[in-house]
Design a protein around this ligand. Sequence first.
Ligand code: ZN
Length: 167
Amino acid sequence: MPLEIVSRKEWGANPPKFVKKVGKAVNFVIIHHTATPQCDTTEQCIASLSSIQKVHQNTNGWSDIGYNFIVGGDGKVYEGRGFNVIGGHASQFNAKSIGISLIGNWNDAVPGQNMLRATQEIIDFAVEEGHLASNYQLHGHRQVSQILCPGNALFNEIKDWPHFPGK
Ligand SMILES: [Zn+2]
């Protein structure tokens, strides 16, 4: 399946409270999991995104859903804050990274191939479009914060990906 990006309009995102732009290509990709139940259908994934956005905006008091992009179990990439916008997902790295979160809890199980492929495709697309430096570094959230995210299984998976430190 080719890369399919579902726009905020298409998934019915609430508007951000405010937007802070990133001026140039960023140097890092930070991989997350949502630690919420998996979604299989587009309808389920959209419901999941809506509830995550509510928590981030209303409970956490953030401007918007924290991640730049979110990957669903339907193999689609959902636009979060999008490109060139500072995310709210990895404190010290927000202004210099693209945060991508895979819907689900990936501590014991690895996401499906469609999700892994979609994640790599949005990363490649970010480089092609000039939003991400071609010599970017890929990190799991746990490498930059005291947190278990993105889960043991997903973290082990991305250790084999290009641009992981030491690769
Ligand atoms: Zn995270």
